[in-house]
Design a protein around this ligand. Structure first.
Ligand SMILES: Cc1cc2nc3c(=O)[nH]c(=O)nc-3n(C[C@H](O)[C@H](O)[C@H](O)COP(=O)(O)OP(=O)(O)OC[C@H]3O[C@@H](n4cnc5c(N)ncnc54)[C@H](O)[C@@H]3O)c2cc1C
Length: 460
C-alpha cells in the first residue's frame, strides 16, 4: 500500500513538473490564430453551433460552388450563430448571389483549410518533408498516416495501397540522409528506423466487413504483406491502427496472420494498436503478447483510449447490442493505466507505445516504468500532430522518446480525421480542453482515475 501511495505521489510530481515545463505554451489548435481560437471557444460554449459547424466541415469538400457553400452556411449555422451573437448570425448568412456571399464562401474555404492544416502536415509525403524534418529537429520522431478510411471501390483501395508503397519509397529515400535523423535516444529500437508508417487497414479493401470476415482477412493479409515487403526494403517500421468494434477482429486477425507467418517472423517490431476503452482490451493484449512469444521476436503495442466512442454508442443503440466500451471516461483512464502496467511488465515481448495527450496517463507510464527498472530506451510515448506540441516537447526534454502521428492527405479524405480531432479537443471530457481551455485545477487533472463498476445501458 505504502509503495502504491509513493508511486502515485511520484506520478503527481512528474505531472506537476510537466505542467511547469509547458508554462504558458498552448497547442496550435487552441492558440494559432484569433479566428481559430474563437471558433473553438464558440464550439465549446454552444453544442448546437458545434454540431452544425462539424456538419459543414464534413460536407465542405463536396461543395463545388460558392453558392453551394453559402447556402449550406446559411442552413447549418445561421440559427446557432445568432444564439451566440447577432453580429455572428449576420456574418454567416449572406445572400448566395451577392458579392458578400462570394467573399464569405472564399473565407470559409480558406479558414477550414488553414484549420485542417494544423492537424494534417501535407497532401503527400513529398510536400510534407519540411514538416517531418521540423518534427525531428524538435527532438521528436514520427509515424506517418495516409488519410483514407472505408473506401468504396477496389480502384480506390488499390490506389491507396499504391500511395503507401510510394510513400515508403519517397520517405526511405530522403529521411535517413537528414542530419536530424541521427538517433534521438541511443539504443531505442524505434530509432534504428527513422521512417515509420501507420496503416488503416479498412481503406485497403472495399468489401471489408464482419459479414465478409474470411475474405476480408485474406485480401488484407495480401495487401498488408505488400506494404511490409516495401517497408523491409526501406528499413521502415509499421503500425496497424485500431478502428471500430465491427472491424477490429478483422484487423487483429490480419495482423496476426501476416506477422506470425514465416515470411515476416523477423520483421522488426511490427506494431498494432489496442483501445483501452474496450472492456475486453486486456484479452486482446494477451493474445497479441502470445503472438510475440510464438514468433520469438517482440512486437510494438500502441495503447490508446479509442477514438470512436460516440460512433460505437450510436451503432450499439441502433443495433440493440451490448455496448462493449466503458461508459465513464474515468474508467477508460483507469483501464489505460492498468494496461500500461501490463505492457511495461511485458516489455520483453513488446515495445510499449503509450499514446495519449493526458499528462496523468503519460506520467503514470513513465513512473511505473522507472519503478520496474524499465528505461526510456525500452518504451515510447506517442501523440497526434498538432494536438499537444507543448506536452510532447516537455516530455522529450525530460529524456523520453516521443513519436508524433502525422497524417498526410488532401482535404477531401482528411475531413473525417479532422472532425474527430475537433470533437476530441472540444469534448466535455477532454483532458486537453480541461487543461488549455477550462484551466481546471492541476490537482484534479492529475488525480488517480478509478475503474467504475459499469453495466451496459444498451443490453437488449
Ligand atoms: C499516436 C496516437 C495514435 C492513435 N491511434 C489511434 C488508433 O489507431 N485508433 C483509435 O481508435 N484511436 C487512436 N488514437 C486516438 C486515441 O484513441 C484518443 O482518442 C485520443 O488520444 C484522446 O485520448 P487522450 O488520452 O489523449 O485524452 P483524454 O482526454 O484523457 O481521453 C479522451 C478519451 O477518453 C475516452 N472517453 C471519453 N468519454 C468517455 C466515456 N463517456 N466513457 C468511456 N470513455 C470515454 C475516449 O477514448 C476519448 O478519446 C491515437 C492517439 C494517438 C495519440
Amino acid at each position: 500500500m505504502s509503495q502504491e501511495i509513493s508511486l502515485n505521489t511520484r506520478i503527481i510530481e512528474l505531472g506537476r513538473s510537466i505542467f511547469d515545463g509547458i508554462g504558458s505554451e498552448r497547442p496550435s489548435a487552441l492558440s494559432r490564430n484569433f479566428w481559430i481560437s474563437k471558433i473553438m471557444q464558440w464550439s465549446m460554449a454552444n453544442a448546437d453551433f458545434k454540431t452544425n459547424l462539424f456538419r459543414l466541415v464534413d460536407v465542405l469538400p463536396t461543395l463545388k460552388s460558392n453558392r453551394a457553400i453559402v447556402s449550406h452556411l446559411n442552413e447549418y449555422l445561421r440559427t446557432p450563430a445568432r444564439g451566440i451573437n447577432q453580429g455572428l448570425g449576420w456574418a454567416v448568412s449572406p445572400s448566395s448571389s451577392s458579392l458578400r456571399g462570394a467573399v464569405t464562401a472564399l473565407a470559409v474555404k480558406r479558414g477550414i483549410h488553414e484549420f485542417a492544416s494544423l492537424f494534417i502536415a501535407g497532401e503527400n509525403p513529398s510536400s510534407a518533408l519540411g514538416a517531418l524534418r521540423r518534427v525531428r529537429a524538435d527532438g521528436l520522431c514520427f509515424t506517418i498516416d495516409l488519410l483514407g478510411e472505408f473506401c468504396l471501390s477496389e480502384g480506390e483501395a488499390e490506389e491507396y495501397l499504391a500511395r503507401y508503397i510510394e510513400a515508403i519509397e519517397v520517405l526511405c529515400h530522403r529521411v535517413p540522409a537528414w542530419k536530424e535523423s541521427q538517433p534521438i535516444l541511443a539504443g531505442h529500437p524505434g530509432e534504428q528506423h527513422p521512417v515509420c508508417l501507420s496503416v488503416k487497414l479498412t481503406a485497403l479493401y472495399s468489401q471489408c466487413g464482419p459479414l465478409n470476415f474470411e475474405r476480408s482477412v485474406a485480401v488484407l493479409s495480401e495487401r498488408l504483406s505488400e506494404i511490409a515487403r516495401a517497408a523491409r526494403r526501406g528499413n521502415a517500421l509499421i503500425y496497424v491502427d485500431a478502428e471500430d468494434a465491427a472491424n477490429n477482429p478483422i484487423i487483429f486477425e490480419t495482423f496476426m496472420r501476416v506477422f506470425g507467418s514465416p515470411e515476416f517472423r523477423d520483421f522488426p517490431y511490427p506494431g498494432i494498436v489496442v483501445q483501452a476503452y474496450f472492456k475486453n482490451a486486456e484479452a486482446s493484449i494477451r493474445s497479441l503478447l502470445k503472438l510475440a512469444d510464438t514468433r520469438g521476436a517482440p512486437i510494438a503495442l500502441r495503447l490508446v483510449k479509442g477514438a470512436y466512442w460516440d460512433y460505437e454508442q450510436v451503432v450499439s443503440q441502433q443495433n440493440g447490442t451490448t455496448f462493449p466500451l466503458f461508459t465513464k471516461k474515468e474508467s477508460s483512464d483507469a483501464s489505460f493505466e492498468h494496461l500500461s502496467r501490463l505492457l511495461i511488465d511485458q516489455h520483453e515481448l513488446c515495445l510499449p507505445a503509450i499514446a495519449s495527450h493526458n499528462i496523468r496517463s503519460l506520467s503514470h507510464a513513465c513512473i511505473y516504468a522507472e519503478s520496474k527498472g524499465v528505461t526510456p530506451a525500452e518504451f515510447e510515448l506517442q501523440m497526434l500532430y498538432g494536438m499537444a506540441e507543448p506536452i510532447a516537447r516537455t516530455f522529450a526534454r525530460r529524456g523520453y522518446l516521443v513519436r508524433l502521428y502525422v497524417p498526410l492527405g488532401d482535404m477531401f479524405v482528411g475531413m473525417g480525421y479532422f472532425v474527430r480531432r475537433l470533437l476530441e479537443n472540444t469534448s466535455n471530457e477532454s483532458f486537453l480542453r480541461h487543461t488549455f481551455f477550462d484551466a481546471k485545477a492541476i490537482s484534479e487533472l492529475l488525480k488517480e482515475p478509478q475503474l467504475h463498476e459499469e453495466t451496459s445501458p444498451y443490453v437488449p
